[in-house]
Design a binder for this molecule. Structure first.
Ligand code: AHM
Ligand code: MG
Length: 340
C-alpha cells in the first residue's frame, strides 16, 4: 500500500468522531495519547534484549507478584502521558494499589477515566515472546469539577466507552473497540504511526483452537476436565480434536483468538477459585472487544461484562472467544464460586 493511502490512528478516530456531530473529540484525543504511550513503551520493549533493562525491579505489586523493570517503565509512561492530557480525570493500574485521581483543574473537568494493565504477560519478556498493554476507558460517574472517585473505576464492563490493547509482537499493533466496531492498526516504523491494517475485525462464530494452561489439570474440577476431554477427543462437532495453543500472554492469546477464532480460558481451580486474571484490567476490556467483534465472554455464571466490580483488583474466571465454542464450553463447565 502506498503511504498516501495509509490511514493513521489519529485520522481514523477523527473520522469516527465526525459521525457524531455532538462529539467533542475527547475520546479521539485520548486514544491518540494511549497510542503515543504505546509507541514509547514499544521503543523500550524493542531495546529489552540490547540494554541491561531486564531483571527484577525488587518491588512487588498488590497481588504479591514480582514486577520487572519494564512493567514499571510502562506504568509510569502511561500515568505521565495521561496526566498531561486534558481528557483523563484519573487512572487505575494493575501495578498500583489504589486509583490515582489527577489533581489539576483540567483533569477535574475531564470526563473519562482509564484503567490499564501496563505490560501484561511480562514474565514472557526474557523469552522474547509477545507481551502487551491492555486499556479500558469509562465515562466518569462522579461530579465534574472535582477529583474522580473510586466509583468511576468500579463500573461494570457494559459501561465501557472503548477498550483495546497494544501487542508488542513480531509487529506492534494497537487494536481498539468502540460500540462502532473493532479496528486494528499496525505500527509503521518508518513514519512512527499506527496505520489501519485490520478494519472491522470480527471473530468467527466457530474455531478450531482451545487455549488454556492445561498444566493446571490436577487443580481443575471434573466439569472442566470433561470439557478439556471434549476438546482433545475427536468430537462430533469438528470430527477431529481441537488444536491446543497457549502462549501464556493474554494479549497474544487473545489476538490469535480474535483473528483465527477459538476459545481462550482461564478458569478457577482449587488453588485460585476465581482464576488469575483481573476483571477490570484484563477481562473486561478483552470481553468488550470480543463482544463487539461478535464473540462471547463469560465467567461461567454469566457475561463478564455484567459483573458489578466491588474492588479494584478482583479476579474472575473467563471463557472467551468464538461464540459457538464458548456456548459449548458452558454446556460442560460448572462454576461453583461466584465471580464477584
Ligand atoms: P501478569 O498480568 O502478571 O502478566 O499475568 C497475566 C498473564 C496473562 O497474560 C496470561 O494469560 C496469564 O498470566 C498466564 O498465566 P499462567 O502462567 O498461570 O498460565
Ligand atoms: Mg496482566
Amino acid at each position: 500500500m502506498s503511504q498516501s493511502k495509509l490511514i493513521t490512528l489519529d485520522e481514523f478516530t477523527i473520522q469516527e468522531t465526525r459521525k457524531f456531530p455532538q462529539a467533542t473529540g475527547d475520546l479521539s484525543a485520548l486514544l491518540r495519547d494511549i497510542g503515543l504511550a504505546g509507541k514509547i513503551i514499544n521503543k523500550q520493549v524493542r531495546k529489552a534484549g540490547l540494554v541491561d533493562i531486564l531483571g527484577k525491579h525488587g518491588a512487588t505489586n498488590v497481588q504479591g507478584e514480582e514486577q520487572m523493570k519494564l512493567d514499571v517503565y510502562a506504568n509510569e509512561t502511561l500515568i505521565n502521558i495521561l496526566k498531561n492530557c486534558t481528557e483523563c480525570a484519573g487512572i487505575a493500574s494493575e501495578e498500583n494499589d489504589d486509583h490515582l485521581p489527577y489533581e489539576d483543574t483540567f483533569s477535574y473537568n475531564s470526563k473519562y477515566v482509564v484503567l490499564f494493565d501496563p505490560l501484561d504477560g511480562s514474565s514472557n519478556i526474557d523469552v522474547n515472546a509477545s507481551i502487551g498493554t491492555i486499556f479500558a476507558i469509562y465515562r466518569r460517574v462522579s461530579e465534574l469539577g472535582k477529583p474522580c472517585t473510586q466509583a468511576d473505576f468500579l463500573q461494570p464492563g457494559r459501561n465501557l466507552i472503548a477498550a483495546g490493547y497494544i501487542i508488542y509482537g513480531s509487529s506492534t499493533m494497537m487494536v481498539y473497540a468502540t460500540r462502532l466496531g473493532v479496528n486494528g492498526f499496525t505500527l509503521e516504523p518508518s513514519i512512527g504511526e499506527f496505520c489501519l491494517s485490520h478494519p472491522n475485525m470480527k471473530c468467527n462464530e466457530k474455531g478450531k483452537i482451545y487455549s488454556v494452561n492445561q498444566g493446571n489439570w490436577v487443580k481443575y474440577d471434573e466439569s472442566m476436565r470433561n470439557y478439556l476431554n471434549y476438546c482433545m477427543e475427536s468430537n462430533k462437532d469438528e470430527g477431529r480434536p481441537y488444536t491446543q495453543r497457549y502462549i501464556g500472554s493474554m494479549v497474544a492469546d487473545m489476538h490469535r483468538t480474535l483473528i483465527k477464532g477459538g476459545i481462550f480460558m482461564y478458569p478457577g481451580d482449587t488453588s485460585a477459585p476465581k482464576g488469575k486474571l483481573r476483571l477490570q484490567y484484563e477481562c473486561n476490556p478483552m470481553a468488550f472487544i470480543m463482544e463487539v467483534a461478535g464473540g462471547m465472554a463469560v465467567s461461567g455464571e454469566g457475561h463478564v461484562l455484567d459483573i458489578q466490580p466491588t474492588e479494584l483488583h478482583q479476579r474472575t474466571p473467563i471463557f472467551i472467544g468464538s461464540k459457538k465454542m464458548v456456548e459449548k464450553a458452558m454446556e460442560f463447565v460448572q462454576v461453583r464460586e461466584v465471580a464477584n
